[in-house]
Design a protein. Sequence first.
Length: 446
Amino acid sequence: MSCTDRISELDDFLLTRKLSRRWRNVWASVPVLDFNFADFWSHDIFLGFGSLTSVSPHSQCHDNFVRFIDAVLASRQSQQLDSFSLVWKYQVKPYQNYDHPARRWILLLLQQRPRVLSIYVQPNFAKVDVPDAAFTCTTLEDMKLQVDNRMAEVLNPPSVSLPHLRRLNIGYFTIKADFMDKLLLGCPNLEELELYACVLQLSQISCGNLKSLVVASCCHGEDIRVSIPSLCTLKVTVVSSQTAGFNFENMSSLVKACVCFLTDPEWKFGFSDSETKILNGLSGVMDLDVVLHGADSEDMLVHALKNCPNFVNLKTLRFESFKGCLCGCHEAINRLVQHSPVLEDLIFYGCQDESIYIELVTVLRFIVGGHGNCRLVESILAHNFGSLEEVEELSFQHMKCSVKMMDILYAGLEEKAWWDDYVEGETAHFDERVGGEADLEEEDGE
C-alpha cells in the first residue's frame, strides 16, 4: 500500500488557514488584502460606545487593528499587490493632520503598485490627508476614496496622472472646478465616475470618455452643466431642498438613467425648477427609473413634470416608491406615459398592502390602456437602490453634506468679513497716520 501525500496537493487557500505553517510565509505575499474594523470589535462594545466603560475596550480594539495592519504591510517587503480594501468606522483616537494611519498605509501601498485601492475611513474629527501620490499611481485601475469626516476636506493634488484608471469613487470631499478639470484630463481611460455626498464647487462636468456617472447626495450652490457625449448610464439624486440643479447637454449616447426624488422633511419652501431641468435633459433615454422617497415625493414628481418633454426613445419606464404609494402621482405617471410614444413596458414594484396594491394595479392598467403599445409589468427583481435603508442613507448623507456646505459658506463669509475689517482698519490707520503727518507739516510751516 503506497502512501500518497494528498495534503500537499491542496490549494494554498486551504493550506494557509489552519492546516500548515506555510501560512507564516504565504500570508505576507497574498495579492489581495481586505481589512474591516468591524472584524476587530464586538457588538457589545458598539452598543456601549459613548459610555465611560466603553472607551477603554474600544480603544484596545483600535490599537489592535492599527498594529495588525502595520505588521501585515511591514512583512510584505514591497511584494506586488493587486487589491487593497480598508473599511474603518467609529474611530475614537485623535490624530494630527499627517499622522493618521490611513495616510501612512496608502503611501506604503502605492509603493506596491496596486491595481485596486478602496478606502473608507470615518475619522471622527481627525483629518486624513490623502497623499498626492494617490493621483499619480500609474497601475491603478479602480480607486475608491471616502473620508467621512465632519468637514468636507478639499481634494487638491498638484497634478493628476492615472493613465489606466477606469473606475473612480470619491466620497465626502469638496470638489472644486480646478480639481475636476485636472482629474478628467489626467484620467484618459476613465469610464465610471461616482461622486457621493460631496460638496461640489464647480459649474460644469465635461469630458468625452465617461460611460457611467453617479451623483448621489451631493450639494452644490449653483447649476452644474453636464456635457458628456459618451455617457451611457446615469444615476442622480434630487432633493427638495436643493435649489440648484443639473443641465444635461450633449447626451446622445445615454441609454439608461435613474433619478431618485428625495424630500427633505425640514424644507417648507416648495419645489424649485431643478427637478424639471433634470428630466428635460434626459428626454433621449431608452430606459428610465424613477424612485420616490418621502412624504411629498409624489408632489415633487408632479412638479418636475409640469412641462413634460417628449421621451422619443423611451421603451422601458420603471416606478418605485419607498414609504409611499404610486397612486398619489397617477397624473404624473400618465403624463409621462403619454409623452413616450414608443414606450413598451411600464414596470412597477408591488405593494405589501393588498388594498393599496389592487388600487395601484387598477390605476396603472387604466393608464396603460390609453397608450396602445405599452404593457404593464410587475417587477419581482431587486430594487434600484437595494433597500429602503439605502435610500434613507442617501437622505441622511445629503443632510450631512448640506451642513458641511453651510460650514464652508459661513467660513468663507467670516474670512471675507475678517479681511474687510482688516482693510477698513488699515485704511483708518493710514488716514490717521497721513492726517498726523499733515498736522506736523503745518506746525513746521508755522
